[in-house]
Design a binder for this molecule. Structure first.
Ligand SMILES: [Zn+2]
Length: 287
């Protein structure tokens, strides 16, 4: 595949004459870094790409300071898939218990699926929105979410081929709605093919779609794969097991080995660490 200057970046575009804005994201090496950590079946790898692209688009569309998580829970072949992105466009993602997923049918993959959007601000209370999965794609489900919760016409196009993932979003801005213009712009966007979205620079895409409009392309921002795990976060996860359980493991193995399920990074905790976690010290740790 040819290298693209817009790879691993996201950009906003606006129209001079209509109250519509757009975002375009293309994930390339950041997405491959993510896939290198776990071995997912092709359909899961592609959906993870779509979900990451969607999370990046939403992170640019919704104003927040912290962490945005997009999660699907279902009774289908993929019980849980999630992507997390910071307001600085660092993302990580995971699918759980989906090693056997092979269907190409959206309903079979996500039977009775729910889409959960969570925003965890740095300060303040988390926001959570839930919708039943709608239609036959992730893109249409997210569009339905916006229609329900924000009353803003929003359309997304998401594609991934296991090498790259791309997302394109249009949103009508409140105040000056013009449904004829909206219909026209979103109709044009729906003519984009998967191949075009995954292989064309964004200037070319926008020119193909909107050369009759006056489009303004805003500066691009880098997007990267980066796990937000820390020793402290792993420690907090261990705390939920309870002191007795942790002491048992130490007694048996002398260390507690834990790895981050997102990036596989390995953390090791000794008896002294467990003492520190519970704010006391056991007799053995005195020297
Ligand atoms: Zn990690």
């Amino acid at each position: 595949m040819t290298e693209l200057t817009c790879a691993d970046t996201i950009s906003r575009f606006t129209f001079d004459d209509c109250a519509v804005r757009g975002e375009h994201v293309l994930l390339d090496s950041s997405y491959q870094e993510l896939l290198a950590i776990h071995h997912y079946p092709p359909v899961v790898a592609e959906l993870l790409g779509e979900l990451c692209a969607a999370a990046c688009l939403l992170a640019e569309t919704i104003k927040f300071d912290g962490l945005l998580t997009l999660q699907i829970r279902s009774e289908g072949e993929i019980p849980l898939i999630m992507a997390e992105v910071t307001n600085q466009q660092s993302f990580r993602a995971i699918a759980r218990q989906a090693q056997q997923a092979s269907s190409r049918d959206f309903q079979q993959l996500f039977t009775n699926g729910q889409l959960v959007l969570t925003i965890q601000p740095k300060n303040g209370k988390p926001y959570r929105g839930i919708v039943m999965l709608d239609g036959n794609s992730l893109a249409s489900s997210i569009g339905a979410y916006f229609a329900q919760s924000e009353q803003l016409e929003t359309r997304l196009w998401l594609h991934s081929d296991g090498q790259r993932a791309s997302g394109f979003l249009l949103q009508q801005l409140p105040g000056d709605e013009n449904s004829e213009q909206w219909q026209h712009l979103s109709h044009m966007a729906s003519t984009l093919t998967k191949e075009e979205l995954l292989s064309l620079p964004r200037e070319t895409l926008l020119y193909r779609l909107y050369h009759e409009e006056s489009v303004r392309l805003h500066p691009e921002k880098p997007v990267q794969f980066q796990c937000t795990c820390t020793r402290e976060r792993l420690e907090n996860a261990l705390l939920s097991l309870g002191e007795a359980e942790l002491r048992d493991i130490i007694a048996e193995k002398s260390v507690i080995d834990a790895n981050c399920e997102f990036c596989n990074r390995f953390y090791s905790f000794t008896a002294a660490d467990v003492d520190a976690m519970f704010g006391n010290s056991s007799p053995e740790s005195h020297h």
